[in-house]
Design a protein around this ligand. Structure first.
Ligand code: EPU
Length: 421
Protein backbone atom coordinates (compact mmCIF):
# COMPACT_ATOMS: atom_id res chain seq x y z
CA UNK A 1 0.00 0.00 0.00
CA UNK A 2 1.25 3.48 -0.84
CA UNK A 3 1.50 6.49 1.42
CA UNK A 4 1.91 10.17 0.59
CA UNK A 5 4.39 12.33 2.45
CA UNK A 6 3.95 16.09 2.49
CA UNK A 7 6.38 18.65 3.89
CA UNK A 8 4.17 21.58 4.83
CA UNK A 9 4.78 25.30 4.60
CA UNK A 10 4.93 26.04 0.86
CA UNK A 11 2.57 28.67 -0.57
CA UNK A 12 1.23 27.10 -3.78
CA UNK A 13 1.82 29.14 -6.90
CA UNK A 14 1.23 28.52 -10.60
CA UNK A 15 -1.35 27.03 -12.95
CA UNK A 16 -3.21 23.74 -12.87
CA UNK A 17 -5.56 22.01 -15.34
CA UNK A 18 -8.65 20.19 -14.10
CA UNK A 19 -9.42 16.66 -15.32
CA UNK A 20 -12.74 15.25 -16.52
CA UNK A 21 -15.41 14.68 -13.89
CA UNK A 22 -15.41 11.32 -12.11
CA UNK A 23 -19.04 11.59 -11.06
CA UNK A 24 -20.14 12.60 -14.57
CA UNK A 25 -18.22 9.94 -16.46
CA UNK A 26 -19.27 6.93 -14.32
CA UNK A 27 -23.02 7.19 -15.11
CA UNK A 28 -22.23 8.13 -18.73
CA UNK A 29 -20.25 4.88 -19.03
CA UNK A 30 -23.31 3.00 -17.77
CA UNK A 31 -25.54 4.92 -20.17
CA UNK A 32 -23.39 3.77 -23.11
CA UNK A 33 -24.98 0.33 -22.49
CA UNK A 34 -28.31 1.70 -23.75
CA UNK A 35 -27.30 1.01 -27.37
CA UNK A 36 -25.45 -1.80 -29.07
CA UNK A 37 -23.43 0.78 -31.04
CA UNK A 38 -20.02 2.17 -30.09
CA UNK A 39 -19.73 5.41 -28.10
CA UNK A 40 -16.51 7.38 -27.78
CA UNK A 41 -16.13 9.42 -24.61
CA UNK A 42 -13.44 12.10 -24.29
CA UNK A 43 -11.83 13.86 -21.31
CA UNK A 44 -12.02 10.66 -19.26
CA UNK A 45 -9.78 10.79 -16.17
CA UNK A 46 -7.54 7.81 -15.43
CA UNK A 47 -8.90 6.96 -12.00
CA UNK A 48 -9.30 3.78 -10.04
CA UNK A 49 -13.14 4.15 -10.12
CA UNK A 50 -13.12 4.58 -13.90
CA UNK A 51 -10.96 1.45 -14.27
CA UNK A 52 -13.39 -0.45 -12.01
CA UNK A 53 -16.28 0.67 -14.23
CA UNK A 54 -14.35 -0.48 -17.32
CA UNK A 55 -13.97 -3.91 -15.66
CA UNK A 56 -17.67 -3.97 -14.84
CA UNK A 57 -18.68 -3.10 -18.43
CA UNK A 58 -16.41 -5.88 -19.71
CA UNK A 59 -17.84 -8.38 -17.23
CA UNK A 60 -21.31 -7.45 -18.58
CA UNK A 61 -20.09 -8.39 -22.07
CA UNK A 62 -19.29 -4.93 -23.51
CA UNK A 63 -15.99 -4.01 -25.16
CA UNK A 64 -14.34 -1.11 -23.34
CA UNK A 65 -10.91 0.41 -23.99
CA UNK A 66 -9.47 3.48 -22.25
CA UNK A 67 -6.42 5.09 -23.86
CA UNK A 68 -5.10 8.56 -23.12
CA UNK A 69 -8.36 10.01 -21.90
CA UNK A 70 -10.47 8.48 -24.69
CA UNK A 71 -12.82 5.68 -23.79
CA UNK A 72 -14.42 3.51 -26.45
CA UNK A 73 -17.39 1.41 -25.35
CA UNK A 74 -19.13 -1.06 -27.67
CA UNK A 75 -21.87 -2.97 -25.82
CA UNK A 76 -22.91 -5.16 -28.78
CA UNK A 77 -25.88 -7.50 -28.60
CA UNK A 78 -24.78 -10.07 -26.05
CA UNK A 79 -24.92 -8.22 -22.73
CA UNK A 80 -25.31 -10.20 -19.52
CA UNK A 81 -27.55 -8.84 -16.76
CA UNK A 82 -25.28 -9.63 -13.76
CA UNK A 83 -23.15 -7.07 -11.88
CA UNK A 84 -21.26 -9.18 -9.33
CA UNK A 85 -20.48 -8.34 -5.68
CA UNK A 86 -16.75 -8.56 -6.46
CA UNK A 87 -16.96 -5.33 -8.50
CA UNK A 88 -19.91 -3.53 -6.91
CA UNK A 89 -18.46 -3.73 -3.38
CA UNK A 90 -15.44 -1.68 -4.43
CA UNK A 91 -17.48 1.09 -6.03
CA UNK A 92 -21.01 2.18 -5.23
CA UNK A 93 -21.46 3.91 -8.58
CA UNK A 94 -21.68 0.42 -10.14
CA UNK A 95 -25.33 0.57 -9.12
CA UNK A 96 -25.98 2.88 -12.08
CA UNK A 97 -25.86 -0.06 -14.51
CA UNK A 98 -29.24 -1.10 -13.05
CA UNK A 99 -31.35 1.28 -15.18
CA UNK A 100 -29.54 0.68 -18.51
CA UNK A 101 -29.50 -3.14 -18.12
CA UNK A 102 -33.17 -3.18 -17.24
CA UNK A 103 -33.99 -1.00 -20.26
CA UNK A 104 -31.86 -3.02 -22.70
CA UNK A 105 -32.42 -6.57 -21.44
CA UNK A 106 -35.65 -6.38 -19.46
CA UNK A 107 -33.77 -7.64 -16.41
CA UNK A 108 -30.79 -6.87 -14.19
CA UNK A 109 -29.15 -8.54 -11.24
CA UNK A 110 -26.91 -6.19 -9.32
CA UNK A 111 -25.19 -6.79 -6.01
CA UNK A 112 -26.46 -4.49 -3.23
CA UNK A 113 -23.69 -1.98 -2.59
CA UNK A 114 -23.99 -1.81 1.21
CA UNK A 115 -22.65 1.08 3.29
CA UNK A 116 -19.29 2.82 3.11
CA UNK A 117 -17.00 4.97 5.21
CA UNK A 118 -19.25 8.02 4.86
CA UNK A 119 -22.25 6.20 6.35
CA UNK A 120 -25.23 4.14 5.22
CA UNK A 121 -26.07 4.62 1.55
CA UNK A 122 -29.38 2.95 0.73
CA UNK A 123 -30.74 2.47 -2.82
CA UNK A 124 -34.45 2.54 -1.95
CA UNK A 125 -35.04 5.55 -4.22
CA UNK A 126 -33.44 3.81 -7.21
CA UNK A 127 -35.76 0.85 -6.64
CA UNK A 128 -38.84 2.99 -6.04
CA UNK A 129 -38.24 4.79 -9.35
CA UNK A 130 -37.61 1.64 -11.38
CA UNK A 131 -40.61 -0.11 -9.83
CA UNK A 132 -42.79 2.81 -10.93
CA UNK A 133 -41.61 2.12 -14.50
CA UNK A 134 -43.28 -1.30 -14.29
CA UNK A 135 -40.42 -3.44 -12.98
CA UNK A 136 -40.66 -6.21 -10.39
CA UNK A 137 -38.05 -6.12 -7.68
CA UNK A 138 -36.74 -8.95 -5.58
CA UNK A 139 -33.93 -8.77 -3.05
CA UNK A 140 -32.25 -12.12 -2.44
CA UNK A 141 -28.84 -13.24 -1.22
CA UNK A 142 -27.41 -9.71 -1.30
CA UNK A 143 -28.53 -9.07 -4.87
CA UNK A 144 -31.33 -6.95 -6.26
CA UNK A 145 -33.06 -8.81 -9.07
CA UNK A 146 -35.20 -6.65 -11.23
CA UNK A 147 -37.36 -7.67 -14.20
CA UNK A 148 -39.89 -5.91 -16.39
CA UNK A 149 -43.40 -7.27 -16.26
CA UNK A 150 -43.95 -6.69 -19.99
CA UNK A 151 -42.29 -3.54 -21.21
CA UNK A 152 -41.03 -0.61 -19.14
CA UNK A 153 -43.81 1.97 -19.02
CA UNK A 154 -43.41 5.71 -18.37
CA UNK A 155 -44.78 7.02 -15.11
CA UNK A 156 -44.87 10.05 -12.82
CA UNK A 157 -42.38 9.52 -9.98
CA UNK A 158 -41.60 11.56 -6.88
CA UNK A 159 -37.95 10.74 -6.13
CA UNK A 160 -37.62 12.20 -2.63
CA UNK A 161 -35.97 10.72 0.43
CA UNK A 162 -35.09 11.72 3.98
CA UNK A 163 -32.14 13.77 2.64
CA UNK A 164 -33.80 15.26 -0.42
CA UNK A 165 -32.96 14.28 -3.97
CA UNK A 166 -30.57 11.52 -5.08
CA UNK A 167 -28.05 11.95 -7.87
CA UNK A 168 -27.60 8.33 -8.96
CA UNK A 169 -31.29 7.42 -8.41
CA UNK A 170 -32.23 10.28 -10.77
CA UNK A 171 -29.63 8.94 -13.24
CA UNK A 172 -30.91 5.37 -13.03
CA UNK A 173 -34.55 6.31 -13.56
CA UNK A 174 -33.73 8.79 -16.34
CA UNK A 175 -31.66 6.13 -18.18
CA UNK A 176 -34.34 3.45 -17.87
CA UNK A 177 -37.05 5.90 -18.94
CA UNK A 178 -35.28 6.76 -22.22
CA UNK A 179 -36.30 3.35 -23.65
CA UNK A 180 -39.64 3.03 -21.82
CA UNK A 181 -43.01 3.19 -23.46
CA UNK A 182 -44.57 6.67 -23.06
CA UNK A 183 -43.72 9.61 -20.84
CA UNK A 184 -41.90 9.67 -17.51
CA UNK A 185 -41.85 12.64 -15.17
CA UNK A 186 -39.28 12.69 -12.35
CA UNK A 187 -40.26 15.12 -9.60
CA UNK A 188 -37.63 16.17 -7.04
CA UNK A 189 -34.93 15.16 -9.50
CA UNK A 190 -31.32 15.94 -8.55
CA UNK A 191 -30.08 19.13 -10.25
CA UNK A 192 -26.31 18.43 -10.07
CA UNK A 193 -24.22 19.33 -13.16
CA UNK A 194 -23.33 15.62 -13.47
CA UNK A 195 -27.03 14.79 -13.96
CA UNK A 196 -27.23 17.48 -16.65
CA UNK A 197 -24.13 16.03 -18.33
CA UNK A 198 -25.70 12.58 -18.39
CA UNK A 199 -28.92 14.04 -19.87
CA UNK A 200 -26.90 15.78 -22.59
CA UNK A 201 -25.13 12.52 -23.42
CA UNK A 202 -28.48 10.69 -23.58
CA UNK A 203 -30.00 13.41 -25.76
CA UNK A 204 -27.08 13.11 -28.17
CA UNK A 205 -27.84 9.36 -28.28
CA UNK A 206 -31.37 10.25 -29.40
CA UNK A 207 -33.24 10.37 -26.07
CA UNK A 208 -36.04 12.89 -25.59
CA UNK A 209 -35.41 14.66 -22.29
CA UNK A 210 -36.48 18.08 -21.00
CA UNK A 211 -35.93 19.91 -17.73
CA UNK A 212 -32.52 18.49 -16.76
CA UNK A 213 -30.90 20.76 -14.17
CA UNK A 214 -34.34 21.48 -12.64
CA UNK A 215 -36.27 19.37 -10.09
CA UNK A 216 -38.70 18.21 -12.81
CA UNK A 217 -37.31 16.11 -15.64
CA UNK A 218 -39.57 14.84 -18.43
CA UNK A 219 -38.56 11.91 -20.60
CA UNK A 220 -40.46 10.67 -23.63
CA UNK A 221 -39.39 7.11 -24.31
CA UNK A 222 -37.91 6.24 -27.72
CA UNK A 223 -37.48 2.85 -29.41
CA UNK A 224 -33.72 2.93 -29.90
CA UNK A 225 -30.65 4.97 -29.04
CA UNK A 226 -27.40 5.30 -31.02
CA UNK A 227 -23.68 5.42 -30.21
CA UNK A 228 -22.16 8.94 -30.01
CA UNK A 229 -18.99 10.96 -29.41
CA UNK A 230 -19.12 12.96 -26.19
CA UNK A 231 -16.82 15.11 -24.05
CA UNK A 232 -17.28 14.93 -20.27
CA UNK A 233 -17.48 18.12 -18.13
CA UNK A 234 -14.57 19.13 -15.87
CA UNK A 235 -14.52 17.82 -12.30
CA UNK A 236 -15.99 20.55 -10.09
CA UNK A 237 -14.88 18.77 -6.91
CA UNK A 238 -11.27 18.56 -8.09
CA UNK A 239 -11.42 22.27 -9.04
CA UNK A 240 -12.88 23.09 -5.61
CA UNK A 241 -10.17 21.06 -3.89
CA UNK A 242 -7.49 23.17 -5.64
CA UNK A 243 -9.33 26.35 -4.57
CA UNK A 244 -9.07 25.21 -0.96
CA UNK A 245 -5.41 24.26 -1.55
CA UNK A 246 -4.69 27.83 -2.69
CA UNK A 247 -6.67 29.29 0.23
CA UNK A 248 -5.12 27.14 2.96
CA UNK A 249 -1.53 27.81 1.83
CA UNK A 250 -2.12 31.54 1.21
CA UNK A 251 -1.05 30.82 -2.36
CA UNK A 252 -1.83 32.16 -5.81
CA UNK A 253 -3.19 29.65 -8.32
CA UNK A 254 -4.82 29.85 -11.72
CA UNK A 255 -7.20 26.88 -12.01
CA UNK A 256 -7.84 26.20 -15.70
CA UNK A 257 -10.14 24.00 -17.82
CA UNK A 258 -12.93 24.14 -15.25
CA UNK A 259 -16.49 25.49 -15.13
CA UNK A 260 -16.68 28.34 -12.55
CA UNK A 261 -20.51 28.36 -12.78
CA UNK A 262 -20.61 24.90 -11.17
CA UNK A 263 -18.96 26.23 -8.00
CA UNK A 264 -20.90 29.40 -7.16
CA UNK A 265 -21.68 28.31 -3.58
CA UNK A 266 -18.03 27.43 -2.97
CA UNK A 267 -16.70 30.65 -4.50
CA UNK A 268 -19.18 32.61 -2.36
CA UNK A 269 -17.96 30.92 0.84
CA UNK A 270 -14.32 31.44 -0.08
CA UNK A 271 -15.05 35.15 -0.66
CA UNK A 272 -16.59 35.29 2.82
CA UNK A 273 -13.48 33.55 4.15
CA UNK A 274 -11.45 36.48 2.82
CA UNK A 275 -9.96 34.71 -0.22
CA UNK A 276 -9.77 36.63 -3.48
CA UNK A 277 -11.31 34.80 -6.45
CA UNK A 278 -11.53 36.19 -9.96
CA UNK A 279 -13.70 34.25 -12.39
CA UNK A 280 -13.00 33.98 -16.11
CA UNK A 281 -14.60 31.81 -18.79
CA UNK A 282 -13.06 28.42 -17.95
CA UNK A 283 -10.62 29.57 -15.30
CA UNK A 284 -10.56 30.97 -11.78
CA UNK A 285 -7.71 32.84 -10.15
CA UNK A 286 -7.53 32.17 -6.40
CA UNK A 287 -5.19 34.12 -4.14
CA UNK A 288 -4.62 35.35 -0.65
CA UNK A 289 -6.30 38.59 0.30
CA UNK A 290 -5.30 39.35 3.88
CA UNK A 291 -6.32 37.39 6.95
CA UNK A 292 -8.65 34.38 6.76
CA UNK A 293 -12.10 34.80 8.36
CA UNK A 294 -14.31 32.09 9.88
CA UNK A 295 -17.26 30.81 7.85
CA UNK A 296 -20.32 28.61 8.37
CA UNK A 297 -21.18 25.94 5.83
CA UNK A 298 -24.22 23.71 5.38
CA UNK A 299 -23.94 20.99 2.77
CA UNK A 300 -27.07 20.51 0.65
CA UNK A 301 -27.93 19.32 -2.86
CA UNK A 302 -26.75 21.47 -5.80
CA UNK A 303 -26.60 24.45 -6.21
CA UNK A 304 -25.77 24.71 -2.47
CA UNK A 305 -22.41 23.81 -0.95
CA UNK A 306 -21.46 20.21 -1.95
CA UNK A 307 -20.84 17.49 0.61
CA UNK A 308 -17.86 16.39 -1.50
CA UNK A 309 -16.01 19.59 -0.50
CA UNK A 310 -17.01 19.59 3.17
CA UNK A 311 -13.86 17.89 4.46
CA UNK A 312 -11.59 20.17 2.40
CA UNK A 313 -13.46 23.23 3.75
CA UNK A 314 -12.97 21.90 7.28
CA UNK A 315 -9.21 21.66 6.73
CA UNK A 316 -9.24 25.38 5.87
CA UNK A 317 -11.41 26.25 8.88
CA UNK A 318 -9.05 24.40 11.20
CA UNK A 319 -6.35 27.04 10.55
CA UNK A 320 -8.72 30.03 10.26
CA UNK A 321 -8.77 32.25 13.38
CA UNK A 322 -12.16 32.16 15.16
CA UNK A 323 -15.00 29.63 15.20
CA UNK A 324 -16.40 28.09 12.02
CA UNK A 325 -19.32 25.67 11.83
CA UNK A 326 -20.03 22.87 9.36
CA UNK A 327 -23.44 21.21 9.14
CA UNK A 328 -23.54 18.07 7.02
CA UNK A 329 -27.06 17.53 5.67
CA UNK A 330 -26.32 14.90 3.01
CA UNK A 331 -24.31 12.33 4.99
CA UNK A 332 -24.69 13.20 8.71
CA UNK A 333 -21.83 10.81 9.60
CA UNK A 334 -19.33 12.08 7.06
CA UNK A 335 -16.81 13.18 9.66
CA UNK A 336 -14.12 10.49 9.54
CA UNK A 337 -11.52 13.20 8.86
CA UNK A 338 -12.25 14.94 12.18
CA UNK A 339 -10.22 12.66 14.49
CA UNK A 340 -7.38 12.57 11.93
CA UNK A 341 -7.30 16.38 11.69
CA UNK A 342 -7.33 16.29 15.51
CA UNK A 343 -4.11 14.23 15.43
CA UNK A 344 -2.56 17.16 13.57
CA UNK A 345 -3.64 19.63 16.27
CA UNK A 346 -7.01 20.78 14.90
CA UNK A 347 -9.67 21.64 17.50
CA UNK A 348 -12.99 20.29 16.28
CA UNK A 349 -16.03 19.32 18.34
CA UNK A 350 -18.73 17.14 16.82
CA UNK A 351 -22.35 17.89 17.76
CA UNK A 352 -24.67 15.55 15.84
CA UNK A 353 -24.49 16.46 12.14
CA UNK A 354 -22.48 19.61 12.94
CA UNK A 355 -18.82 20.27 13.61
CA UNK A 356 -17.62 23.28 15.56
CA UNK A 357 -14.13 24.22 14.44
CA UNK A 358 -11.93 26.42 16.63
CA UNK A 359 -9.19 27.67 14.33
CA UNK A 360 -5.65 27.03 15.60
CA UNK A 361 -2.47 28.97 14.75
CA UNK A 362 -0.65 25.92 13.41
CA UNK A 363 -1.20 22.29 12.53
CA UNK A 364 1.66 19.90 13.09
CA UNK A 365 2.54 17.13 10.66
CA UNK A 366 1.63 13.59 11.78
CA UNK A 367 0.94 10.14 10.39
CA UNK A 368 -2.78 10.08 9.49
CA UNK A 369 -5.11 7.57 7.93
CA UNK A 370 -7.30 8.27 4.91
CA UNK A 371 -10.83 6.85 5.33
CA UNK A 372 -12.54 7.93 2.11
CA UNK A 373 -11.78 9.93 -0.99
CA UNK A 374 -12.65 13.45 0.17
CA UNK A 375 -11.38 12.91 3.73
CA UNK A 376 -8.02 11.97 2.17
CA UNK A 377 -8.01 15.19 0.16
CA UNK A 378 -8.65 17.15 3.36
CA UNK A 379 -5.68 15.48 5.06
CA UNK A 380 -3.43 16.34 2.10
CA UNK A 381 -4.59 19.98 2.34
CA UNK A 382 -3.90 20.02 6.08
CA UNK A 383 -0.46 18.52 5.36
CA UNK A 384 0.31 21.39 2.98
CA UNK A 385 0.19 23.92 5.86
CA UNK A 386 1.27 21.75 8.77
CA UNK A 387 4.66 22.19 10.37
CA UNK A 388 6.91 19.27 9.44
CA UNK A 389 5.97 16.08 7.61
CA UNK A 390 2.50 14.57 7.27
CA UNK A 391 2.19 10.96 6.16
CA UNK A 392 -1.19 10.14 4.64
CA UNK A 393 -1.70 6.39 4.68
CA UNK A 394 -4.13 4.31 2.57
CA UNK A 395 -3.89 6.69 -0.37
CA UNK A 396 -5.74 4.30 -2.65
CA UNK A 397 -8.77 6.35 -1.63
CA UNK A 398 -7.21 9.38 -3.37
CA UNK A 399 -6.47 7.33 -6.47
CA UNK A 400 -10.19 6.60 -6.79
CA UNK A 401 -11.01 10.22 -7.55
CA UNK A 402 -8.03 12.54 -8.14
CA UNK A 403 -6.01 12.21 -11.33
CA UNK A 404 -2.26 12.87 -10.85
CA UNK A 405 -2.80 14.74 -7.59
CA UNK A 406 0.85 14.63 -6.47
CA UNK A 407 2.10 15.68 -9.91
CA UNK A 408 -0.36 18.58 -10.03
CA UNK A 409 0.53 19.74 -6.50
CA UNK A 410 4.26 19.35 -7.21
CA UNK A 411 3.90 21.58 -10.28
CA UNK A 412 2.45 24.23 -7.92
CA UNK A 413 5.50 23.99 -5.68
CA UNK A 414 4.26 21.56 -3.03
CA UNK A 415 6.75 19.17 -1.44
CA UNK A 416 4.86 15.93 -1.80
CA UNK A 417 5.94 12.40 -2.68
CA UNK A 418 4.55 8.88 -2.74
CA UNK A 419 6.25 5.94 -1.05
CA UNK A 420 5.47 2.27 -0.63
CA UNK A 421 4.39 1.52 2.94
N1 EPU B 1 -30.31 8.26 -0.41
C1 EPU B 1 -31.37 7.52 0.06
N2 EPU B 1 -31.89 6.55 -0.75
C2 EPU B 1 -31.40 6.29 -1.99
C3 EPU B 1 -30.31 7.05 -2.47
C4 EPU B 1 -29.80 8.05 -1.65
O1 EPU B 1 -31.82 7.73 1.17
O2 EPU B 1 -31.91 5.39 -2.66
C5 EPU B 1 -29.73 9.32 0.43
C6 EPU B 1 -28.24 9.09 0.72
O3 EPU B 1 -28.04 8.23 1.80
C7 EPU B 1 -27.77 10.51 0.98
C8 EPU B 1 -28.62 11.34 0.03
O4 EPU B 1 -29.75 10.52 -0.30
O5 EPU B 1 -28.09 10.86 2.29
C9 EPU B 1 -27.92 11.76 -1.25
O6 EPU B 1 -27.26 10.66 -1.84
P1 EPU B 1 -27.16 10.50 -3.41
O7 EPU B 1 -28.00 9.35 -3.84
O8 EPU B 1 -27.41 11.82 -4.08
O9 EPU B 1 -25.64 10.08 -3.57
P2 EPU B 1 -25.08 9.18 -4.73
O10 EPU B 1 -25.84 9.49 -5.95
O11 EPU B 1 -24.97 7.77 -4.28
C10 EPU B 1 -23.32 10.91 -5.63
C11 EPU B 1 -21.83 11.00 -5.73
C12 EPU B 1 -21.22 11.18 -4.34
C13 EPU B 1 -21.82 12.45 -3.72
C14 EPU B 1 -23.36 12.35 -3.69
C15 EPU B 1 -24.03 13.61 -3.18
C16 EPU B 1 -21.34 9.65 -7.67
C17 EPU B 1 -20.70 8.46 -8.24
N3 EPU B 1 -21.31 9.79 -6.34
O12 EPU B 1 -23.60 9.75 -4.84
O13 EPU B 1 -19.82 11.37 -4.53
O14 EPU B 1 -21.33 12.62 -2.41
O15 EPU B 1 -23.85 12.09 -5.03
O16 EPU B 1 -23.72 14.69 -3.97
O17 EPU B 1 -21.83 10.50 -8.40
C18 EPU B 1 -17.55 11.32 -3.99
O18 EPU B 1 -17.29 11.62 -5.17
O19 EPU B 1 -16.66 11.35 -3.09
C19 EPU B 1 -18.90 10.94 -3.62
C20 EPU B 1 -19.18 10.28 -2.50
Amino acid sequence: MDKIIIEGGVKLKGEVDISGSKNAVLPIMAAALLTEEESIIENVPSLWDVHTMVKLLRSLGAKAILEEGILKIKPGNHLKPLAPYRLVKTMRASVCVLGPLLARLGEAEVSLPGGCAIGPRPIDLHLKGLEALNADINIQHGYVKIKTKKKLRGSEIYLGGAYGSSVLATDNVMMAATLSHGKTVIENAACEPEVVDLARFLKKMGAKIEGEGSPRIEIEGVRKLRGVNYRVIPDRIEAGTFMFAAAITGGDILIRRMEPGHLNAVIDKLHQAGVRIDKFKNTVHVRKNGRLKPIDITTLPYPAFPTDLQAQAMALMSVTPGISIVTEKIYPNRFMHVPELGRMGAKIILEGPSAIVHGVKKLSGAPVMASDLRASAALVLAGLVAEGATEVQRVYHLDRGYENLEQKLTSLGAKIRREKE
